[in-house]
Structure formats: structure tokens, C-alpha cells
Design a protein around this ligand. Structure first.
Ligand SMILES: *[C@@H]1O[C@H](CO)[C@@H](O)[C@H](O)[C@H]1NC(C)=O
Ligand SMILES: *[C@@H]1O[C@H](CO)[C@@H](O)[C@H](O)[C@H]1NC(C)=O
Length: 462
């Protein structure tokens, strides 16, 4: 773009933004417009008189006929359309790759074994606000009395599940001599995902799920706790830290979210001089703005569909194992590294195994939760939900942000608006599913962050 055009575009967008919103509305966050009822009922029909607040043990025990049916569907599927000549993942998942994975699923993936694996951590269900919430609860073993055990909630997103955390959990719950604390991990499924019951009523967006998640921690006796999330787990937990600053002791995220008019204006102004908002070595992650915008459009078609017509989309995706695997696994190729778009194997085996990836697909399959998982987008991107302004608020509790090379990116100069109390900013190689992809790296970063949170708290108390 020519310099004159560039300057004109920037000034025009700034002018329009100021005109539309007024200076005050841009520089200070609008008030939260909703009140959040801790007892709001999301279950089917009328709220029962008496609520069951017990915490029940849970184990996966999928009936044989479900697995038979799955195998039959995989055997009877229609032929996949071959990819265009010279095309790898650019039109969506490569069907040669998909074919190989589906064949593996049908002939080698052993559910008996995998179910045992998925049952290796203690799991529970408890009813909150009318919904049965499923979660892993893993405590560290043989901890000396001198060490603190800190409660940490970790939350997945879409198209993930608690399966993403099976490799990181041992890192988080194993004590090491050089630290005086270790974690007790609580990993819930979002309502409508995996084995957490879906809402029967409209309106259960990220903010409302934050209420449920805080209620879960209170039910388990954790008045105060730490939390960590990526993808939609990050959105929900960001909301939770804003709604319950007295309950959250610190928040670590591998997907910081800053979307405000001021951030947009700064990003536009940065076209003139990127150094205002973004480090020199990261400028190609934000600019050229138009390229980045078009890239975003190309990669987020799923989001638009899920945010508008989840029920239509869910029929096809949810009814076919091939369709479900294609839809989910595409995200694990390009979401992990966009450069893998030009590889026929999608790079999947660089960081994952077919078995591990199919565990996650299986959780969606056996719980039949395609549609209910998509609805999270409809509920959270509705104007009613965004108009609640929760994610426009600065986070009061201490935070730590880990940025992965191929994940969504927030520039240093924008972070402060929502993360004014950020104690750690780390940059790593890797993609969107950090816990699943590089468990050791993420665990180490969480430990480092919580160490800083603890120092911060002891300073505040003095
Ligand atoms: C700007 O903020 C004021 C006060 O907070 C509010 O009354 C007004 O509706 C806002 N204007 C816009 C365009 O959002
Ligand atoms: C699947 O795993 C179970 C448990 O390890 C084993 O007993 C069984 O033989 C395996 N099935 C196949 C088909 O390999």
C-alpha cells in the first residue's frame, strides 16, 4: 500500500471510531451490563425443588454396541473425494491423510485399551445449576508436609477436551525439590462437551459458564484457586477472573484475549510505525494488517458457522465419524502450525500420534456432543453476550501470558489494557494446543508464573 493511502486509512478508521463511540467510551471500559446469578438453572424443564449437590465418582464404560456401530460406520463410509492435484491441506483436511487416519481408527485403535487409559485419572460428576459437570481431579502423591498443595483449574476449549491434559497433568502434580509447592489439578469439561451435560436453555455463554466453573470450585471446597486455559477455556477463565477476582489467586493463559476499540485503533495506528505496539521481531505476526485479516477470515469459517447455525452444522458433523474426524483434526494440523498446510501429512505426527488425536475425537463421538459443543460459539458471540462487556474489563488479579508462535497473538502494546497486572510474558515455539503439544514447556511456564503469583500475594499481604 502506498504511504498516503496507508495514512489515510489509519486516520479515517481512528476518526470513525472516535465519532462512533466517543472518546470516553474508547479509553475506559464500559460497565458490565448483566448480573450473574450463581443459582441460575440451565437444566431441562422446571428447576426441581431439591438439588443434588453430591460429588459422584465417574468412570467411562462405553457399551460394546456403540463401538460396533462406530466400526460399522467406518466400514460403510462413502469414498472420500481425492484432493485436487498438488493440493495438501489448503482446501481443508487432505483426504489421503484422512483416509489413513480413518483406517487406523477402524483397524488399530483399540478402545478397550484407550478407555482404560482415559480412566487412569480419578473422575467425578456433580450437578451445578441443573447440569451434571464432569471433571478430572488429580492430587499429587507423597507430598512432604513442608510443601504447599495449590488448587489449579485447567480448562480446555474447542475442538478439545480433557484429553488434551493427560500428558501435562503428571508434570503439574509431581513435586520437585526446587519448589515448595505442587498442584492439585481440577480439569472440567465445559457444559455440552464430553461428559458434561449441555444446557437445555439458551444463553449459556462463556460468562455464564464462568459462574458454573467458580461454583464447581466452591463445591469442591476451594474458596481460592489458580486457573489456566487456552482457546475457549481461556475466554471462560478470563471472564471468571473478572467476575470473581476474590476467588482467583492468579491466572495463567496460553491465549490472552484483548479485543477493544482502543486496541483496534492502536493496531491501525501501528501500521504507520509498528514499533509503537509490537516488538521488532514479532512485527510479522501483526502486519501487514490486511494480510493478517484475510488470513483470519480464511481460517475462521468454522467459527462463523458455529456462531450462527450450530444445529444445522452439527447434524452432518455429528452423524459421521469420518466427518467428525475431518472437522476436528483439520484444526490440529493448521492450528498447530499453519505452515503444515503445505504438507500432505499435515504435520500431525510431528507433535501427536493418531491414537492421542483419536482419543479426543472419540470423546466427541461417544458423547455425541458436536452440536452442543458448537453452540458455545452461538452463545458467546451473540450481541447479547458480548454486550455484557465482561471481556472489556481489565483483569485485577495477577496474570501470566504465554504466547505460542502459531497461536493467536496479542502484541505487547495492547496487553496492558486488559492485563494491567501481568507478571510474566513468555514466548515459545508451538501452536494453539500447547498443553497437548508441549506439555513440559507449558507446565514449566505455569510453575514459574505461580511462583511469581505467590511472591505477589505475600507482598500484598505485608
Ligand atoms: C458511551 O458511554 C456513555 C456512558 O458510559 C453511554 O451512556 C453511551 O451510551 C456510550 N455510547 C456508546 C456509543 O456506546
Ligand atoms: C485391545 O486391548 C486389550 C487390552 O489391552 C486386549 O486385551 C485386546 O486383545 C486388544 N484387542 C485387539 C484387537 O488388539
Amino acid at each position: 500500500m502506498g504511504v498516503i493511502i496507508k495514512i489515510s486509512v489509519v486516520l479515517l478508521s481512528v476518526f470513525l471510531a472516535l465519532l462512533g463511540l466517543g472518546f470516553h467510551n474508547i479509553t475506559s471500559p464500559p460497565a458490565i451490563t448483566a448480573s450473574f446469578n450463581r443459582n441460575q438453572y440451565w437444566g431441562p424443564g422446571k428447576e426441581p425443588q431439591k438439588q443434588d449437590d453430591s460429588v459422584r465418582k465417574f468412570k467411562l464404560d462405553v457399551p460394546d454396541n456403540v463401538i460396533q456401530d462406530l466400526k460399522q460406520r467406518l466400514s460403510n463410509m462413502r469414498p472420500l473425494t481425492p484432493p485436487l492435484e498438488g493440493i495438501q491441506q489448503q482446501y481443508g483436511i487432505n483426504s489421503n491423510l484422512l483416509k489413513e487416519i480413518l483406517e487406523f481408527w477402524r483397524t488399530k485403535y483399540n478402545w478397550t485399551e484407550r478407555q482404560e487409559y482415559l480412566n487412569k485419572y480419578p473422575q467425578y460428576k456433580t450437578n451445578i445449576q441443573g447440569l451434571d459437570i464432569h471433571f478430572l481431579h488429580v492430587k499429587p502423591q507423597n507430598v512432604p508436609k513442608t510443601k504447599k498443595i495449590l488448587p489449579l483449574m485447567i480448562l480446555h476449549g474447542w475442538p478439545g477436551s480433557v484429553r488434551e491434559f493427560y500428558e501435562i497433568i503428571p508434570h503439574l502434580t509431581t513435586q520437585s525439590d526446587d519448589r515448595d509447592f505442587v498442584f492439585e489439578v481440577i480439569a472440567p469439561h465445559i457444559p455440552g462437551y464430553g461428559f458434561s451435560q449441555a444446557a437445555a436453555k439458551p444463553g449459556l455463554g462463556a460468562n455464564q459458564i464462568a459462574v458454573i466453573m467458580n461454583n464447581l470450585m466452591q463445591r469442591l471446597g476451594f474458596k481460592q484457586y489458580y486457573c489456566q486455559g487456552g482457546d475457549f477455556g481461556a475466554i471462560i477463565l478470563q471472564s471468571l477472573t473478572i467476575l470473581y477476582p476474590n476467588n482467583v489467586l492468579g491466572y495463567h493463559t496460553n491465549m490472552a484475549y484483548v479485543s477493544t476499540p482502543l486496541a483496534n485503533i492502536k493496531t491501525a495506528l501501528g501500521m504507520l510505525y509498528p514499533g509503537w505496539i509490537v516488538r521488532k521481531d514479532h512485527q510479522d505476526r501483526v502486519y501487514p494488517l490486511w494480510d493478517k485479516f484475510m488470513h483470519r477470515i480464511r481460517e475462521t469459517g468454522y467459527l462463523h458457522l458455529q456462531a450462527t447455525k450450530p444445529d444445522t452444522l452439527g447434524v452432518g458433523v455429528g452423524d459421521s465419524p469420518a466427518g467428525l474426524a475431518a472437522y476436528i483434526l483439520e484444526k490440529f494440523t493448521t492450528g498447530t502450525n499453519i505452515q503444515w498446510q503445505t504438507r500432505e501429512d499435515g504435520g500431525l505426527l510431528e507433535k501427536f500420534t493418531y491414537t492421542n488425536l483419536l482419543d479426543n475425537v472419540m470423546i466427541y463421538w461417544i458423547s455425541n456432543s458436536a452440536t452442543t459443543s458448537f453452540r458455545l460459539y452461538a452463545e458467546s458471540f451473540s450481541t447479547a453476550h458480548t454486550g455484557q462487556n465482561v471481556l472489556r474489563q481489565p483483569i485485577k488479579v495477577p496474570t501470566a501470558v504465554a504466547r505460542f508462535r502459531w497461536d493467536f497473538y496479542v502484541a505487547d502494546g495492547l496487553l496492558g489494557e486488559i492485563y494491567p497486572n501481568n507478571l510474566q510474558l513468555s514466548d515459545f515455539d508451538g501452536g494453539h494446543f500447547a498443553a497437548f503439544e508441549v506439555p513440559e514447556v507449558l507446565a514449566q511456564d505455569i510453575f514459574n508464573a505461580v511462583e511469581k503469583f505467590l511472591v505477589y500475594q505475600s507482598n500484598v499481604q505485608q
